[in-house]
Design a protein around this ligand. Structure first.
Ligand code: PLP
Length: 444
């Protein structure tokens, strides 16, 4: 068999060839079954092989699969935009559809810069961000990403947009605790703005819960209120990157809603197409769109396949499936159930340092010494070992960095499809327990 160039093994092992998926499971060509506790890359939000999505795919294909965004829109794109406007808070009414999370954050960045230009301000071109963050792999998105591992090779091509620490309470750089810390890490934004100059800054971007770079690091309750106040006081737009946290991953359409925050621009991706189609979006508020509509009249971004009717019909079917089956209202209780089981594993295995996250986006950080929170040395490759051991057992977990600097430290995320049942969570925990037992035995 010829192998796809995408299948470059990480640990000298050939990737299994998947035959089919059903619900929370994937089956490879050798008949091995995997419980997908990572939803791939926190993407397959409604599980695999959902017939309603295949029907929607078929129906749209019978109508039209492609129209070019500079000439036409489609019923599917318009209905999807309407649905997103209905489900998101505030007046986030304008969806710009693209094909990946990186395109979405990069579009959001360009929208923010364009917003100020339309108002006659041409100096505001920086989009500040945090260390221990991931906003995508294209150069604009990577410029905003504070993921040192992924930046490393391309640093000469990147802007220095990450400027502040993340709200990583487990290893607070100030050795403080919320709320008595008064959100010192959020207030770093004010210091950075004063240093750089608000007249140069278009926006600040953040993931509501830090995913790939940190392993589900959720902020303390008032954190984003402080961030939003600082942005408003300094005439800086706030972009919430909800590529991973949005689309009901934490129980609400946007994770920002947990803290009553409405961003000026929000990005969606991953769970939006739930793996059935490559689709993502930068969704802008009326405030952002008003000067653009009064000025150039178009967002200065776009791709050939933006707002692809087929992808839009699929994303709409995903949202309708979630609504019809009231999946969002089950995320909190399923998340709590899963978290309780993970806490029990933490009591059993001393190398589990922290359990964190929200809804069905949970993280586990590993430590060499749980009382001192000492991380394993980087070369021990603990995350990769855990992922590999789990895969051997038939369990897929998501490899994430830890909040130390995105390179050192180890964590994984457990983020199964939102459709997972309690019985399947029990099975997940059995497989995770076996994984941790093997790790404990291997490391003597
Ligand atoms: N933003 C966030 C928060 C992400 O987690 C990711 C991917 O992990 C991206 C953007 C980039 O998305 P994509 O890989 O679809 O380009």
């Amino acid at each position: 068999m010829k192998r796809s160039f995408l299948i470059k093994p990480v640990l000298d092992e050939m990737y299994p060839v998947i035959d089919y998926g059903k619900g929370v499971y994937l089956f490879d060509m050798d008949g091995k079954k995997y419980l997908d506790a990572a939803s791939g890359a926190v993407t397959a939000n409604i599980g695999h092989g959902v017939p309603e999505i295949m029907d929607a795919m078929n129906e749209q294909a019978k109508k039209v699969s492609f129209v070019y965004r500079s000439q036409f829109t489609s019923e599917a794109a318009e209905r999807l935009a309407e649905k997103i406007a209905e489900l998101t808070p505030g007046d986030l009414n304008w969806s710009f559809f693209v094909n990946s999370g990186s395109e979405a954050t990069e579009t959001a960045m360009k929208m923010a810069i364009q917003y100020w230009q339309e108002k006659g301000i041409h100096t505001k071109t920086k989009v500040l961000s945090r260390w221990v963050s991931y906003h995508g792999i294209t150069l604009g998105a990577l410029s905003m990403s504070g993921h040192t591992g992924r930046r490393a090779r391309f640093v000469p091509l990147l802007e220095d947009f990450p400027v502040i620490n993340p709200p990583y309470c487990y290893r607070c750089p100030y050795k403080l605790e919320a709320p008595s810390c008064q959100y010192a890490c959020a207030r770093e934004l004010e210091t950075a703005i004063n240093r750089i100059g608000a007249d140069k800054i278009a926006a600040f971007i953040a993931e509501p819960i830090i995913g790939a770079a940190g392993g589900a690091i959720a902020p303390p309750d008032e954190y984003f209120k402080v961030i939003k106040q600082i942005c408003e006081a300094n005439n800086i737009l706030f972009i919430a990157d909800e590529v991973m946290t949005g689309s009901f991953r934490t129980g609400k359409m946007l994770a920002c809603e947990h803290w009553d925050i409405t961003p000026d621009i929000v990005t969606l991706g991953k769970g939006m197409g739930a793996g059935y189609a490559p689709i993502a979006a930068a969704v802008a508020s009326e405030k952002v769109m008003k000067p653009i509509l009064a000025g150039t009249k178009q967002v200065m971004s776009g791709h050939t396949l933006s707002a692809n009717p087929q992808s839009c019909a699929i994303a709409l079917a995903v949202l309708e499936f979630i609504e019809k089956n009231k999946i969002m209202s089950q995320v909190e209780s399923k998340g709590n159930y899963l978290r309780d089981q993970l806490e029990k594993l933490k009591e059993q295995f001393l190398f589990i340092g922290d359990i964190r996250g929200k809804g069905l986006m949970l993280g586990i950080e590993f430590v060499a010494d749980s009382s001192g929170k000492k991380p394993y040395p980087r070369q021990a490759l603990i995350t990769q070992k855990m992922v590999s051991l789990a895969k051997e057992k038939g369990l897929i977990v998501y490899p994430a960095g830890s909040g130390i600097d995105g390179v050192n430290g180890d964590s994984i995320m457990i983020a199964p499809p939102l459709t997972i049942t309690e019985k399947e969570i029990d099975e997940l925990i059995v497989l995770l327990n076996e994984t941790f037992t093997s790790f404990a035995n291997d490391s003597g």
